[in-house]
Design a binder for this molecule. Structure first.
Ligand SMILES: Nc1nc2c(c(=O)[nH]1)N[C@H]1C(S)=C(S)[C@@H](COP(=O)(O)O)O[C@H]1N2
Ligand SMILES: [Mo]
Length: 324
C-alpha cells in the first residue's frame, strides 16, 4: 500500500489486498446494511451518519509473527452485534443498538506524559501514521467466549517510537471517551468512568499489540470501539480499550477500570491463562461466537490465547498465579 501525506491513501494494488477479507468482508457488510439480518438494531445502526464516512481501509497482510491465525473468522454480523462496551449498556446487544450516537469525527488522541514528543493527533492523521495491516487475531473475553476477527491497524509500537518515551516511562495508560451526551451507559454505575486500561511498556511495544482502526477491511463499527481501539490478543478482551482519547506514559502501574471494580477478579496483567481460574468460574475452555448451539463443543483455552511463542518471554520468571 502506498501513502501520500497530503492525499491520504492511494489505491492498493489488487494483489496487495487480502482477497478473503476483501471478499467476505464486503459481502458481510452488505448483508448487515441491506437486509437487517441482525435485527432492527443493526438496521438503525446502518443508517447512522457515521456510515457515510465508513469506507474501506486498504491494508496489507501483516508479516508480524502470529498475526494471522488460521481459525475460521467470526462473521462480521456476529462480531458487530455481540459486544461488550459498557458505555452503551451492559447487555451484549446494547452497543449495536445504542452506539449510533457516538460521534467519531472530529476526534483527537492525546499522546502525553513521560515522552519527549507529546502530541495531540487528529484521528485522520493517526490513521495515516503507518501503513495499515490486516491481522487475524483471536480475542478471548474473560467471560468465556471468543472470536476471530480480521482487524485493521498497525503496531502501537509505531506510535510509541515517534513519541520518544523518557526513561521514566514504565507503563502506558489508555483513557477512553466518557461523554454522557453520546453514551447512555454512563448513567449507570456499572464501572468507574472513563474506562481506563494499561500495559507495561514492553507489552505495549510488542508488535502484536495492535492500534486498531478497522475490521473486515472497513472502518470499525461504533460498537467495536470506533474510531480507534487497542487489540491485545494474548490478554482477556477487557484489556483492549475501545474509543481511545488519551495514551499516557507513566512511571507507575496505572489503575484500570476492572481492577477498580473487583481487584480480586481482574488483575492488571490479565493474560489469557487456562490454568488460572476466575474466582467464580473456570477459564479452561471457551465458546467461539457463532459456534453455539447444543452440539457445539467448547474449545480448550490456550495459554496466552495461543500466542505463547510470541509473548511468553515477556513473563519469564513471573508467577502468573500471583500476577493474574
Ligand atoms: N471503553 C471500553 N472498552 C472496552 C470495553 C468497555 O466496556 N468499554 N469492554 C471490553 C471487553 S470486556 C471486551 S471482551 C472487548 C470486546 O470487544 P468487541 O466488542 O469488539 O468484541 O472490548 C473491551 N473494551
Ligand atoms: Mo470481555
Amino acid at each position: 500500500m502506498h501513502f501520500h501525506r497530503d492525499r491520504g491513501f492511494t489505491h492498493a494494488k489488487a494483489s496487495e489486498i487480502t482477497p478473503r477479507v476483501d471478499y467476505e468482508g464486503r459481502r458481510e457488510w452488505l448483508k448487515l446494511i441491506g437486509t437487517g439480518v441482525a435485527g432492527a438494531a443493526l438496521a438503525a445502526w446502518a443508517q447512522r451518519d457515521a456510515l457515510a464516512q465508513a469506507g474501506k481501509l486498504p491494508s496489507v497482510r501483516s508479516t508480524v509473527a502470529g498475526a494471522n491465525v488460521m481459525d475460521k473468522p467470526t462473521s462480521l454480523v456476529d462480531a458487530a452485534s455481540y459486544n461488550n462496551f459498557y458505555e452503551f449498556g451492559t447487555g451484549k446487544a446494547d452497543p449495536a443498538q445504542n452506539a449510533h450516537t457516538l460521534k467519531t469525527r472530529p476526534w483527537t488522541v492525546a499522546v502525553e506524559g513521560e515522552v519527549k514528543k507529546p502530541k495531540v493527533y487528529d484521528i485522520d492523521e493517526l490513521l495515516k501514521l503507518s501503513p495499515l495491516e490486516d491481522r487475524v487475531y483471536r480475542l478471548r473475553c474473560v467471560e468465556g467466549w471468543s472470536m476471530v476477527v480480521p482487524w485493521v491497524g498497525y503496531s502501537l509500537a509505531e506510535l510509541i517510537r515517534r513519541a520518544e518515551p523518557t526513561g521514566n516511562a514504565k507503563f502506558v495508560q489508555f483513557v477512553t471517551l466518557a461523554d454522557p451526551k453520546q453514551m447512555p451507559g454512563l448513567g449507570s454505575r456499572s464501572l468507574d468512568w472513563p474506562y481506563v486500561e494499561g500495559l507495561r511498556m514492553d507489552e505495549a511495544m510488542h508488535p502484536l499489540a495492535l492500534l486498531t482502526f478497522g475490521l473486515y477491511g472497513e472502518v470499525l463499527p461504533n460498537q467495536n470501539g470506533a474510531p480507534v481501539r487497542m487489540v491485545v490478543p494474548w490478554k482477556y478482551g477487557f484489556k483492549s480499550a475501545k474509543s481511545i482519547v488519551k495514551i499516557r506514559f507513566v512511571d507507575k502501574q496505572p489503575p484500570t477500570s476492572w481492577e477498580k471494580a473487583a481487584a480480586n477478579e481482574y488483575g492488571f496483567y490479565s493474560n489469557v491463562n487456562p490454568n488460572v481460574d476466575h474466582p467464580r468460574w473456570s477459564q479452561a475452555t471457551e465458546r467461539r461466537i457463532g459456534e453455539d448451539g447444543i452440539f457445539a463443543k467448547k474449545r480448550p483455552t490456550l495459554m496466552f490465547n495461543g500466542y505463547e511463542a510470541q509473548v511468553g518471554r515477556l513473563y519469564a520468571g513471573m508467577d502468573l498465579k500471583k500476577y493474574y
